[in-house]
Design a protein around this ligand. Structure first.
Ligand code: FES
Length: 257
């Protein structure tokens, strides 16, 4: 098959005038669908209704992993149904859930150490470094690299390497060692975020301001306003210009910052 086409704005495709249709095969059955649609939209066009296997429709939630193959192509491809555009004679199936092992733990009581992760997920040492996990990742996460980092005890590196994981589970589905890579990485990111990442000074400052009542009067004033008054101040608010350089704009009134 040709290089995968990705759409950047979810699956809100609008059919252009005279859009051509192409054949696709969903769980072995042939359907004619407009060639401009994502897999998710094409399946809905074909009559499927997503009660499970769809969430954000924007490439974030990981609910819509899909495995597919092209006619005459031995290779399996992996993508998100809400982000991948259909191609002629695509054979596809959805895998919205994978029954991978998920350890039970209380994040408040775990030590942020590799040993703790290894104890909760001892199967991590069944990894044979085949790299099928990375090949199956629709987000192009280097799964094997973060699993190796966890085995070597570098949780910070693993947290950063796995940051784009959307928990779809395709890595676990292809793993020869039967690891639940995405659950392991989620634990590591939780530990990293709670115990290892430096606290954000600006966030602490803002929370303290809120707790001190700095915004109470402002909020009370807004709550007393009518719908029309709220609409007026919303429309007249000072807005950040489009295409402004990062960090180069500040509003004239900074009293609420
Ligand atoms: S529906 Fe959320 S990633 Fe596709």
């Amino acid at each position: 098959m040709s290089a995968r086409k990705q759409v950047a704005t979810g699956d809100r495709a609008i059919l252009p005038e005279g859009a051509k249709t192409i054949p696709i095969f969903v769980m072995g059955k042939r359907y004619e669908v407009p060639e401009t649609l994502t897999i998710m939209k094409a399946m809905e066009y074909a009559g499927f209704k997503f009660l499970r296997g769809a969430g954000c429709r924007g490439g974030i939630c990981g609910a819509c992993p899909t495995v597919y193959r092209g006619e005459g192509d031995y290779k399996l491809y992996f993508g998100l149904a809400c982000q991948t555009v259909v191609e002629p004679n695509m054979f596809l199936a959805q895998i919205p859930f994978y029954p991978a092992n998920r350890a039970q733990y209380d994040i408040e009581t775990i030590e942020p150490l590799a040993d703790a992760v290894h104890a909760l997920y001892p199967e991590i040492f069944r990894c044979v470094a085949c790299n099928n996990c990375s090949k199956a990742c629709p987000m192009k996460v280097e799964v094997l690299d973060y699993i190796s980092a966890i085995k070597q005890g570098d949780l910070a590196r693993a947290a950063k390497l796995s940051f784009d994981c959307i928990q779809c589970g395709m890595c676990a589905g292809r793993c020869m060692g039967e690891l639940p890579q995405y659950h392991i990485a989620q634990l590591v990111r939780r530990l990293y975020g709670k115990y290892m990442q430096p606290g954000a000074a600006h966030l602490k400052k803002r929370v303290a301001e809120i707790e001190s009542g700095k915004y109470d009067a402002l909020l009370a004033g807004l709550q007393k306003m009518s719908h029309a008054e709220l609409e007026k101040i919303y429309k007249e608010r000072e807005r950040e210009p489009d295409m402004v350089g990062l960090g180069t704009w500040m509003p004239k009134d900074v009293s609420h910052l």
